[in-house]
Design a protein around this ligand. Structure first.
Ligand SMILES: Cc1cc2nc3c(=O)[nH]c(=O)nc-3n(C[C@H](O)[C@H](O)[C@H](O)COP(=O)(O)OP(=O)(O)OC[C@H]3O[C@@H](n4cnc5c(N)ncnc54)[C@H](O)[C@@H]3O)c2cc1C
Length: 410
């Protein structure tokens, strides 16, 4: 088991108590076995159970304890790859279709949030996507045109407009409507509880260490304690641990990222943060900021090309100080310290699209790997894509996010 994060996480402390699930202590038969109990696994179990497909979620540690708890909870339809670049990469129709699916997934997450017994602090937000430099401005205009011409709900702010609404000035920004924030830890616990209420069998401390396909086409998973799960289909929702796929075809880019959360701010100090919009930028890696319902600020970024989270307060502290400087450069009136900070592994794909679909070499084995800054949005999309692939054999996005797509073959 690898460490996916180091430091002091914020989200788990926002729930006074949450359900613990048992470890698997018997053999099991199920239609779909889901390996991994993070955002992706919980969402798949919820969607599948609601349509009558029996599932078991097998989590080696605890529900929402992986990278889900290091997530900063921004739900946006704009991706790490701009729409204009995605159009160049895969063509206009599929690129627009994918962006539209992301916008729809934010809405779907909102609908699910409304059904949960645990309040996941889902709040619709707009985003300010600013040009980090004058050089980035023409590209940002190009992106704005691509979004607007293809029906996305966006507007453009010139430098003066930005300075009117925020205590900083940037050359220009796209405002996107239809984004939302969520508390990922509460959300995943809420979704897992709801899935269990619909019949999902959820197991924590259940490490899957072997996977064999039997002559009858069924899959046999074995846990570290020797229990056997027999399943018609298996979904790998294992997050940033692709080595768990035992050397198969996923080629991820694993980096590490940093995030920090301030103490609760004085209300007056947040007045110059217009509508508590999300803030992010065109530079890569990008800096991003959001607020929380209780008036804190979350800031993240400074990605580094190393897979493992930074260990040690001192080394992490250096990066966190840089985040602090960046935050106060945007909002000089903020003077409260950070109360939580962490470093975490962060996975992306070479073509900026998630890995979702059936393994071409292994019938009945599916991947639900929402790599990228929109991981939660991708997990939502993935659960519907995999549901339809397993139930109907088809989903319109399957070729775009699937494992046979041309951009993965290089
Ligand atoms: C710093 C940071 C900020 C982020 N911010 C955002 C954001 O603002 N918005 C957004 O949409 N996304 C964001 N993401 C991405 C998001 O966190 C991920 O997309 C999401 O957490 C992935 O969920 P998951 O379920 O795929 O993975 P995980 O939450 O890691 O869950 C996978 C689980 O699989 C389990 N597992 C692995 N192997 C086995 C095995 N053999 N047997 C049993 N269990 C196993 C692990 O224990 C783990 O719990 C961020 C990520 C990071 C690191």
């Amino acid at each position: 088991m690898k460490e996916l994060h180091s430091g002091h996480l914020f989200w788990p402390l926002t729930m006074e108590e949450y359900k613990n699930y048992p470890a698997l202590s018997e053999d099991l038969q199920v239609q779909v076995a889901i390996i991994g109990g993070g955002m992706s696994g919980a969402m798949c179990a919820y969607v599948f159970e609601k349509s009558g497909i029996s599932t078991a979620v097998l989590e080696r540690d605890t529900i929402a304890g992986g990278s889900t708890s290091a997530n900063t909870g921004l739900l946006q339809f704009s991706n790490d790859i701009m729409l204009c670049d995605l159009i160049n990469q895969i063509g206009r129709q599929p690129a627009v279709q994918f962006y539209a699916a992301c916008a729809n997934a934010v809405k779907q997450i909102g609908l699910i949030a409304g059904e949960l017994a645990i309040n996941p602090h889902f709040v619709p937000r707009r985003s300010l996507y600013y040009a980090s430099s004058e050089q980035d401005l023409p590209k940002l205009h190009k992106e704005y045109d691509a979004l607007r011409q293809n029906g996305f709900d966006v507007s453009f702010w010139e430098a003066d407009e930005i300075a009117k609404h925020f205590p900083f000035r940037r050359p220009g920004a796209i405002i996107t409507n239809g984004d939302a924030e969520v508390n990922p830890f509460r959300f995943v616990h809420g979704v897992a509880d709801a899935a269990a209420a619909h019949g999902a069998r959820i197991y924590e401390h259940t490490d899957v260490i072997d996977h064999e396909r039997k002559a009858d086409g069924k899959h046999q998973l074995t846990t570290a304690t020797g229990h056997v799960i027999s399943a018609e289909k298996v979904i790998y929702a294992i997050g940033y641990e692709p080595e768990e796929l035992r050397g198969q075809l996923i080629k991820p880019v694993l980096n590490r990222s940093f995030a920090a959360v301030t103490a609760v701010q004085d209300k007056d100090k947040l007045l110059r943060w217009h509508e508590q919009m999300f803030i992010w930028e065109t530079a890569r890696p990008y800096l991003y900021m959001r607020t929380t319902l209780d008036g804190r600020i979350i800031i993240g970024g400074l990605d580094e090309e190393f897979e493992h989270p930074v260990e040690g307060e001192r080394e992490r502290g250096k990066r966190i100080n840089r985040l602090y400087d960046k935050l106060t450069a945007h909002f000089p009136m903020l003077d409260v310290p950070f109360e939580y900070e962490w470093s975490a592994t962060f996975g992306e794909s070479f073509d900026n699209l998630p890995f979702v679909g059936e393994d071409p070499a292994q019938p009945g084995v599916y991947y639900c790997l929402g790599y990228g800054g929109n991981g939660t949005v991708y997990s939502m999309i993935a659960s519907y894509v995999l549901h339809d692939l397993i139930k109907e054999g088809y989903h319109p996005l399957a070729d775009i996010v699937g494992l046979k797509r041309p951009t993965l073959q290089t």
